[in-house]
Design a protein around this ligand. Structure first.
Ligand code: ATP
Ligand code: MG
Length: 848
């Protein structure tokens, strides 16, 4: 047993031979009901309900290899990455678990046999630690564990007793807990600090902890008392990277085979060797670690954002990019490095391959945008760094106007020995936060301040008899008021403000609603008109012709959100929406364009729910309860303690939402997608119609289709062939044969990379086995796609090599897989030449 893969498999099969059931890794994102940590931090976490008894385990003994991430929150090893050899942010934890089956003796016997007979560690170098006891808990030294270690053969002087802080495990303030025992390997004096007190638990690198065995035997109550659990459990965690570093006798987690492969790629690509000074070594390690983390996180559905998990992801990507530039890697390099991660670990974690497109797209988007920011920011930094110090104002401008990270400004200043006015920077940051907090109430009229709150009755009614309780003449023919009650929805949650009017109950004059101002739990309204005053009785009206379509569109937005997640996957998140009376717009995270099939399926599912006439109901509930119900929430949105949930069907869709909705889905009538497009990296936009607007569009389309049919019929009668319209315009197309393989080379006009990909897929299907080389240009950029039949890989043909050779001609670069690669470049006028180069490479290789 030597490589990481052999260790993983060796561990799993060893415990299988000891009657453990092999259980799959859980996601690195904990389930929504587990809010204890940001990421999965241990092998036991996905099995939590088996330990508490909430669920029955599939077997009393399980064994797993679990993906874990320790970054953010209380389990945070991120800052140690690269600084200490034993800390990764993302790593794999191997674990064997007993649910009321074996306990301390069994666990120690199993571990000992594995360590000596399978890992082959020298007996005299293995140490263990045990729980020393704790007066507050009323517990003494874990004598059972000591005796078990003595029995297997560890002498007393290599068993170290450590206090509660080190060797007592508890998941939370209360609940299941118990002592633990850890295994260490003595790496020898060369790794040590040389102090006479050096022993397991010392901060230096001599004694490396690689395995932790937790004995869950107590329940800790709120008053601090312990009681015995009905069942005694075992939970163990063996760090795969650390243990592999011991097996391979290398200095760190980063020098083991599957991580070293990443570093090797970066060395070759950047020309900066991994070695020499400590800083270069650290930078290489951080890049490898962060690339691995980013790939695994995105594959499990985490997307870059400014909050929570998404923010941790953004930080690791940005740090990797920044460090990459430092050693000479050119952006975007992460999508290529992600290929290496898949090469190293994809066989064991199929989700990496399954989500390849999404992973690479998000990496690319995030990296490209950050690289631009860096470039712009660095220029400005050079300007402000010309003097002896950097002012707080300049640092703030870098951050606020240019998005240049504050940490980076500080780091660069430090490197050059420049002072930096941190105090002013912090003050400016605080002031800015204060300003943005206030702008939401900016429009509120000072004269109306102090008037009682307006009661919003628009969920139930669109017309109400009420009174003006405060009035302010704005002088431009408009006046601003507060009403006692209002049916007018003030813009919020993506839904536009209602239109409508006020009618004076005595003189019958009308004033049109111009603007609504949403205040916290309150509103003010601006109308155009005259003849109104404080105290007047009025009728406030939202015409049904305005409100109804808005409402139908809002409920349809929820149906669409759910259908997108069901069809495309859980990574889909709402990124924005606009609900108006005439149409709806929904922005969401998804890396690539929808194909016709997905679009059709989404439309079909939304309509299916409309025709099922599901009831829609709303209720208020504490935020925690809403979370338990799995209600969809917007990331980055602040919610109060009590929230409004809109539920469609019997829990089919639940979303936190303050908007207006239909009472049952059939009111929506019909739903059709108007368009689907990109809005920046990794996000798509759907515009859609419902009800009468949907019908009008469908009607129009069917009329066009009838006309087209008539036209085709006419051409047929006249003996002409209808024009082929699908796909991009072709400039040139060549086909040749190399043995049984059809070689197709096509140059297209005005074709995006996506269109070329779609075309290449079509050609591959029609002409198997084929080698397809496509080129096209769009807005001054050239794209190349090389798609090869699988069988060609065995014949030594690599699409990546072909595409890179051709990309050099158009002044660009590319990457991909041996069967499928793409590239981009800045010189579209050389496309024909690039295609010829690619064609020659393919034909020559096949002739060889
Ligand atoms: P340490 O004290 O070294 O931080 P820990 O007590 O946090 O370790 P556990 O929570 O017991 O570790 O995790 C079980 C095992 O997982 C450890 O014995 C170790 O082999 C491995 N491990 C823990 N943290 C990391 C990390 N950041 N990188 C790689 N392996 C780790
Ligand atoms: Mg730790």
């Amino acid at each position: 047993m030597r490589t990481a893969a052999e260790l993983r498999e060796g561990y799993l099969s060893y415990f299988e031979s000891k009657q453990h059931l092999r259980h799959p890794s859980g996601s690195v994102v904990p389930p929504p009901d587990d809010t204890t940590t940001l990421f999965t931090v241990a092998g036991m976490q996905p099995l939590r309900n088996f330990f508490t008894g909430a669920d029955t385990p599939p077997a009393p003994r399980l064994v797993t290899a679990q993906k874990v991430m320790r970054a953010g929150g209380k389990h945070n090893d991120l800052d140690d990455v690269g600084r200490a050899p034993r800390y990764c942010s993302f790593f794999e934890m191997l674990g064997n678990f007993s649910f009321g089956d074996y306990f301390k003796d069994g666990a120690i016997d199993l571990a000992w046999e594995f360590v000596l007979e399978h890992l082959g560690f020298p007996e005299e170098k293995v140490w263990s630690t045990v729980f020393a006891g704790d007066p507050e808990l009323g517990l003494e030294l874990d004598q059972t564990a000591v005796e078990a270690w003595l029995r297997v053969g560890i002498p007393r002087d290599r068993i170290v007793a450590l206090p509660r802080s080190e060797n007592f495990w508890q998941a939370a303030e209360t609940g299941p807990c118990g002592p633990n025992t850890e295994m260490f390997l003595d790496r020898g004096e060369a790794y040590g600090c040389g102090r006479p007190t050096c022993a397991p638990g010392c901060e230096c690198d001599r004694y490396l902890e690689f395995w932790n065995l937790v004995f869950m035997e107590f329940e800790l109550a709120e008053d601090g008392t312990l009681s015995e659990l009905p069942k005694q459990n075992v939970d163990t965690g063996l760090g795969l990277e650390r243990t592999a570093s011991l097996l391979q006798d290398v200095d760190s987690n980063f020098d083991i085979d599957n991580v070293r492969g990443l570093i090797a790629w970066a060395e070759e690509r950047s020309g900066t060797p991994y070695g020499g000074d400590a800083e270069t070594i650290r930078v290489h390690r951080v890049i490898a670690d962060h690339a691995r983390a980013a790939v695994f996180l995105i594959a499990d559905g985490v997307l870059p954002s400014n909050e929570g998990r998404g923010y941790v992801l953004r930080r690791v990507i940005r740090r990797a990019v920044q460090y990459g530039h430092r050693i000479g890697l050119q952006s975007p390099f992460l999508p290529e490095l992600s290929d290496v991660v898949r090469e190293q670990m994809g066989q064991w974690y199929p989700e990496l391959e399954a989500n390849r497109a999404m992973v690479d797209e998000f990496l690319r988007g995030e990296e490209e945008r950050f690289a631009e920011t860096l470039e712009r920011g660095l220029k400005l930094f050079e300007e402000v760094a010309a003097g002896k110090s950097i002012s707080g104002e300049d640092a703030f401008k870098l951050h606020d106007t240019y998005g240049f990270p504050w940490e980076l400004t500080r780091e660069l200043a430090l490197e050059r020995g420049l002072a930096i006015d941190e105090e002013t920077f912090t003050r400016l940051m605080t002031e800015q936060r204060e300003r943005s907090r206030q702008t939401s109430a900016f429009d509120s009229s000072a004269r109306l301040a102090g008037a009682p709150r307006t009661e919003f009755v628009g969920y139930e009614r669109t017309e109400v008899l009420t009174a003006i309780v405060a009035y302010d003449d704005l002088g431009d023919g408009n006046f601003q008021v507060k009403l006692e009650q209002s049916p007018f929805y003030p813009e919020g949650g993506g839904q536009v403000s209602d239109g409508g009017y006020l009618e004076h109950l005595e003189n019958g004059t009308r004033a049109e609603l111009v603007r609504t101002i949403r205040l916290s739990g309150d509103q003010e309204l601006v109308f155009h008109g005259t003849g109104f005053a404080e105290g007047d009785r009025v009728r406030a009206v939202v015409p049904w012709s305005v409100r109804f379509p808005t409402t139908a569109n809002h409920t349809a937005t929820h149906l669409l959100h759910k259908a997108l997640r069901d069809v495309l996957g859980e990574h889909v998140r709402q990124a924005g929406s606009a609900v108006r009376p005439d149409k709806l717009r929904f922005d969401f995270t998804h890396p690539q364009a929808l194909d016709m099939e997905q679009r059709g399926e989404i439309e079909r599912r939304v309509n299916e729910k409309i025709f099922a006439n599901l009831p829609v109901h709303t209720f208020e509930t504490p935020i925690d309860e809403a979370r338990n119900l799995g209600a969809m929430m917007l990331f980055g949105e602040k919610y109060g303690d009590v929230v409004r949930v809109v539920e469609i069907g019997d829990g089919w869709s639940r979303e936190l939402c303050g908007g207006t909705h239909v009472r049952s889905t059939a009111e929506i009538g019909a739903f059709t997608i108007l368009s689907e497009s990109s809005v920046g990296a990794g996000a798509r936009r759907i515009e859609a119609l419902t009800s009468g607007e949907a019908f009008a569009l469908l009607h129009e389309r069917s009329r066009e289709l009838d006309e087209l049919r008539a036209e085709v019929e006419r051409l047929r009668r006249e003996g002409k062939k209808p024009v082929e319209t699908a796909g991009p315009d072709l400039v040139d197309e060549r086909r040749s044969r190399a043995g049984d393989v059809e070689v197709i080379v096509v140059q297209a006009r005005d074709a995006s990379a996506d269109e070329l990909l779609a075309l290449s897929d079509r050609l591959m299907q029609q002409h198997a086995p084929a080698a397809v080389v496509l080129g096209g240009s769009e807005n001054g950029r050239a794209h190349l796609v090389v798609n090869l039949d699988r069988s060609l890989e065995a014949r030594g043909l690599d699409a990546v090599e072909v595409v890179r050779e051709a990309a050099a001609v158009i002044g660009g670069g590319g990457g991909g897989r041996p069967t499928m690669a793409r590239a981009g470049g800045r010189e579209p006028e050389k496309l024909a030449e690039a295609l010829a180069v690619a064609e020659r490479a393919v034909v020559d290789a096949l002739a060889a």
